[in-house]
Ligand binder design. Structure first.
Ligand code: ADP
Ligand code: MG
Length: 267
């Protein structure tokens, strides 16, 4: 059996699960940041995660692409561990080259854009596909042009990040993540660093992506986006999932006092 097949069978991963987290724990020394997270994100769905600062949202996203090693539990993406292979019931750490390849399937968009400042928009978009995937430059450029059109920035290919607004930079960052043709996209507060008038253009790109069927895990304070685009709304506090459900339902009718109190502050 393949490692993926063995993992699916062993942990009972549903066939349609893109992200599958069971009892995920993460500690830094004596600080328990994630205290047993259970979450399944089906393929093609959008999970929005809300919660106060310090509740472990970014840590959880970082665990999904194995930027953090778990202290406990199981986290599979598309039925496989990112950092390990399972063979005959034993976990083996994968080589860096395979880790790199698997991570490339998991796109990440950060609050602070993180574009390469010394590269043009086009260079930013073709860097990973050519270096990590070995795609020919001409092919990478052609695909980058399609992506730039998709995020409404066809005229910016030759610009440097500093010549763009924050909203445009974030749209480039999304296009750059898409250039790797990821299975899933993780967003960590993608609009939190933007001036209010620039938030809408980034949310619109994310909305289009969701409609195209992209699987997305979005940490956000944009409750309106979560309500309209999310299939699931997850409220995290102090390293646990306090509440989750259909976004409209959670927002209109939160079951826990902690969720109610948080929503009253952000709505
Ligand atoms: P959120 O994204 O919800 O604001 P984080 O996941 O960034 O929360 O952080 C959760 C907690 O973990 C915080 O108390 C933070 O200080 C701590 N933390 C995050 N990363 C590290 C690290 N590398 N070392 C030690 N503590 C960390
Ligand atoms: Mg965070």
């Amino acid at each position: 059996m393949t490692s993926q097949g063995e993992s699916r069978a062993r942990f009972g991963v549903p066939a349609d699960a893109m992200v599958f987290a069971r009892s995920v724990r993460k500690s830094y020394g004596s600080l328990d940041v994630l205290k047993g997270i259970d979450l399944t994100v089906p393929k093609g769905s959008v999970a929005c995660i809300i919660g106060p600062s310090g509740s472990g949202k970014s840590t959880f996203l970082r665990c999904i692409n194995h930027l953090e090693q778990l202290t406990g539990g199981v986290l599979l993406v598309d039925g496989e561990f990112v950092g390990y292979d399972l063979r005959d019931g034993k976990l083996y750490e994968v080589k860096d080259s395979l880790l790199c390849k698997r991570r490339a399937d998991i796109g990440m968009v950060f609050q602070s854009f993180n574009l390469f400042s010394h590269m043009t928009v086009m260079e930013n978009l073709i860097e990973a596909p050519t270096r990590v995937r070995g795609m020919p430059v001409a092919e990478a450029k052609a695909s980058a042009e399609v992506l730039l059109a998709r995020v409404g920035l066809s005229d910016k290919a030759g610009r440097y990040p500093r010549e763009l607004s924050g909203g445009q930079q974030q749209r480039v960052a999304i296009a750059r993540a898409l250039a790797m043709n990821p299975k899933v996209l993780l967003f960590d507060e993608p609009t939190s660093a933007l001036d209010p008038e620039l938030v809408g253009e980034v949310l619109q790109v994310m909305r289009d992506l969701a409609e195209s069927g992209m699987t997305m895990v979005v940490v956000t304070h944009e409750i309106g986006f979560a309500r309209e685009v999310g299939d699931d709304l997850i409220f995290m506090d102090e390293g646990v999932i306090v509440e989750r459900g259909e976004p409209r339902e959670v927002i209109a009718n939160p079951q826990s006092a902690r969720t109610r109190e948080f929503l009253s502050r952000v709505l």
